[in-house]
Design a protein around this ligand. Structure first.
Ligand code: PAP
Length: 329
């Protein structure tokens, strides 16, 4: 009797590469990945090969429109959260927050706000985006240097979200171990820590990613809105209102009275989203369980995992890398 093997999730697949991508990776520095076998260093940042293929297609073909909104995040900084907030915010007229059939109640936020390089330009080298109604909402983890030319040239807006590196590391470590197949075993915290410090993470080095957008937000504050997970957690009302102003759709007095701000924060909250059937039991088309995107949703969980020596080491690197930038965590 033949025992059938479970299919390999798409996010682990390394075949079906274009010749262009095959040629490119043969020239790039290589490191061992966290979930996939390898990372390749492209334009100064580490990527699994599937993401790389999506990045080069996106760089070649994506045409940004003046009223597009691009959510850019470092991995595990609250992308899922901000996707739901932005979706609810930008569609608040079309989908009233109080409605029982709001799309966020039956769709994972990654489906409602698609990734450019990990979804649209990975599944299709040049997808037809013409049917998406404006303002179009996309997301990416791409570093600033790798953004498609048209993003710089158009008047589209960039919302950038990052997170304290210690919490980002712990979140990434848990996520990677959830995505690894049983036969791959787990990746130890010590190894994950060393790799994080050496910059060898998806879309890393972390500091280079953050600084790329930080400096751009200082130079061009109307184009790039720089946000930290911790600030959004501490003062969600304030930052949601700032976001709405940045995106040129401020809340009216009537909306404030009707508690639309609170409604958006409620429907996007960790408690609400993580308890929905779609997020508890669903899977993304790329194979990840939706539940993998919801763990604790707290600030400071690193204290439960990192040793005193690890904290000192990471703080020292962080201080050196961010020195003189005006940014800290
Ligand atoms: P991604 O980069 O793979 O898209 P991303 O959504 O950025 O993942 O990060 C997941 C983190 O955001 C998880 O953090 P944790 O591991 O420290 O718990 C997840 O729990 C947290 N998260 C998800 N949804 C929310 C939410 N609605 N509010 C606050 N945090 C959230």
């Amino acid at each position: 009797m033949q025992i059938s093997q479970p299919p390999i999730p798409k996010y682990l697949k390394q075949d079906e590469l274009t010749q262009e991508c095959e040629d490119l990776i043969s020239t790039l520095p290589i490191e061992t990945g966290w979930v996939t076998a390898n990372f390749y260093k492209y334009q100064g940042f580490w990527h699994p090969v599937r993401h790389l293929q999506g990045i080069i297609s996106c760089q070649k073909h994506f045409q940004s429109q003046h009223n597009d909104i691009l959510l850019v995040t470092t991995p595990k900084s609250g992308t899922t959260w901000l996707k739901s907030i932005l979706f609810a915010l930008m569609n608040r007229t079309k989908f009233s927050i109080s409605k029982k059939n709001h799309p966020l109640l039956s769709n994972n936020p990654h489906v409602l706000v698609p990734f450019l390089e990990v979804k649209l330009y990975l599944e299709n080298e040049n997808p037809d985006l013409s049917l998406i109604k404006s303002p179009r909402l996309f997301s990416t983890h791409m570093p600033y240097v790798s953004l498609p030319r048209s993003v710089h040239d158009s008047q589209c807006k960039i919302v950038y979200l990052c997170r304290n590196p210690k919490d980002a590391l712990i979140s990434l470590w848990f996520f990677a171990n959830k995505l690894r197949l049983e036969e791959m075993g787990t990746i130890s915290l010590e190894l994950a820590f060393d790799k994080f410090c050496a910059g060898v993470i998806m879309y890393g080095p972390f500091w280079d990613h953050v600084l790329g957008y930080w400096y751009e937000s200082l130079k061009n504050p109307d184009k790039v809105f720089f946000l930290k997970y911790e600030d959004m957690k501490e003062k969600p009302n304030l930052y949601l209102k700032k976001l709405a102003e940045f995106l040129e759709c401020p809340f009216s007095l009537k909306e404030e009275k009707e508690k639309v701000v609170e409604g958006i924060l409620d429907i996007s909250s960790f408690e609400k989203l993580s308890n929905l059937k779609v997020n508890k039991e669903g899977k993304l088309p790329s194979g990840e369980n939706c539940s993998a995107f919801f763990r604790k949703g707290e600030v400071g969980d690193w204290k439960n995992y990192l040793t005193k020596e690890m904290v000192e080491h990471l703080d020292k690197i962080c201080k050196e890398k961010l020195h003189g930038s005006g940014l800290d965590f």
